[in-house]
Design a protein around this ligand. Sequence first.
Ligand code: ADE
Length: 242
Amino acid sequence: MRIDIVTIFPEYLAPLRLSLVGRAVDARTIDLRVHDLRAFTHDRHHTVDDTPYGGGPGMVMSPAAWGEALDHICGRRGVEADDGAHRPTLVVPTPSGRRFTQATAQEFSREPWLVFACGRYEGIDARVTQHYAGRPDWNGVRELSIGDYVLAGGEVATLVMVEAAARLVPGVLGNETSVLDDSFAAGEMENLLEGPVFTKPPVWRDLAVPEVLLSGHHGRIAQWRRDQARVRTADHRPDLLH
Ligand code: ADE
């Protein structure tokens, strides 16, 4: 899977070189390329923004540098080279996007090529998404929000989406079965949050691990986990119970 990220703060994406995603990058399971948007400007100050048409506070990111950066990433491939299988999907993190969920992460994990456009300030000139949505050499545009709060830019949202998708790419996680019990994963525990987990020692600061987990009785343990998942979901996320 190839992932390109365009940002005015390339250092913000450094955590992707660590841990699980970092190992997938080292193993070349993920081809990660981070680009500085300012490298695609031509003025002395490397300007990427301007005042909004119609007035209002803040600045808007200009379309010119975005167009150059995204065209550079996609490359100039002739129609004959485009078999349709390797077209990039443009992902634009924005609080006004559709909600990014575990289902979106699953879809992303099956994409051959994702390009993230990290906006800052009041966002990116709307003609950029409009243009790439209509480009036959691109696989569409996804404007996505990671939650109902406003971040300072798309970088942190990109970290969230890349990590959520990357861990679902086959071979990235050591234990393939562990993603099945994740909170929000489809499967037996569909729509339930994961319950509490324990490890050694059996007693810590007068707190004992629930008896059933030490019993070795797989049926009772599975039943206990299902019950705990329901209790936790009712407490933390009643909206998930139908
Ligand atoms: N940029 C700023 N806030 C955001 C959010 N909640 N989700 C995605 N991108 C964002």
